[in-house]
Design a protein around this ligand. Sequence first.
Ligand SMILES: *[C@@H]1O[C@H](CO)[C@@H](O)[C@H](O)[C@H]1NC(C)=O
Ligand SMILES: *[C@@H]1O[C@H](CO)[C@@H](O)[C@H](O)[C@H]1NC(C)=O
Ligand SMILES: *[C@@H]1O[C@H](CO)[C@@H](O)[C@H](O)[C@H]1NC(C)=O
Length: 303
Amino acid sequence: SVCVVAFFFSLFFFNTSIHLGCVFLLTGVLAQEVYSPKPNQTAYIAASYVKFLESAGARVVPVMINRTLEEYKKLFNSINGILYPGGGVSIVSSGYEKAAKIFYELAIEANNRGDYFPVWGTCLGFEQLTYLTSGKAVLSYTNTSGVALPLSFTNEAKDSRMFKGFPAQLIKALASEPLTENSHKWSLGTYNTNEELRKFYKVLSTNTDGNVEFVSTVEAHEYPIYGTQWHPEKNAFEWRQPYIPHSPSAIKTTFYMAEFFVSEARKNFHKFESEEEESRALIYNYNPVYTGTKSSFEQIYFF
Ligand SMILES: *[C@@H]1O[C@H](CO)[C@@H](O)[C@H](O)[C@H]1NC(C)=O
Ligand SMILES: *[C@@H]1O[C@H](CO)[C@@H](O)[C@H](O)[C@H]1NC(C)=O
Ligand SMILES: *[C@@H]1O[C@H](CO)[C@@H](O)[C@H](O)[C@H]1NC(C)=O
């Protein structure tokens, strides 16, 4: 196939930073427990995360909770990256946490071998990453349950992998307009002195609730591991809360963030062993349900 040819070509001519855009590009999105489960509705993924990745050219594979280590290992070798969405489950003891921990450890191990596998955490997913990296509950309360904020970029943002490809005008808008939606009560305080977190992550932006300053965007120094306490996917795809921004710059923020993560997922060659296996795993096997009248998400995939 073209991908295989391109793979050998790239090995020969370039050592690093392979951008092929192979057609099998697949990104996992982790499911989580439903708060009040019903028959056939025990876990869910908000559809906005799926649309977010699809908008940048990826196909989505739902990563179910409560699966075995063997199943997760096989899936890890079949997908090109994983996104831990926002939500409300425990980051210390839930099916979401167990699966997130396994994929995090597999990603570290793979990246150490030169197998570039990106991990992205949004909101709860970011909080989950702080727990996985430090092994400790390090978050503190902030008054940030529903507010859009401009980012306070740090000096490290300019040369970051995440933001360096953004148009200068969009960076300017992100720094001055409330384009990043926050729906969280727990945050990583900037005063936090946890050694593991400081060694592992570069802080790209901070925010404040008026009293407490917290970390809002990170990327790992040595690994393609990224976190935002805010919600890049909501601007383009969620409408239930009045504080979600929908301006042209807000929508561009969604797409540039998605494009960045998907471009990271283009850098490995994981794929399913067969087309049949791939077809069975894709999100296309499930239908999202319109939940906008009774939930904070417009559409949800239930499992
Ligand atoms: C649950 O899903 C199964 C298989 O799709 C179906 O046969 C069954 O009727 C569903 N049960 C309910 C309560 O919806
Ligand atoms: C996952 O496993 C836990 C504990 O065994 C169980 O309570 C829960 O209902 C399961 N959830 C799903 C979505 O399978
Ligand atoms: C929380 O923040 C909102 C604005 O986002 C503000 O109106 C409210 O007074 C704050 N509450 C507290 C307890 O500081």
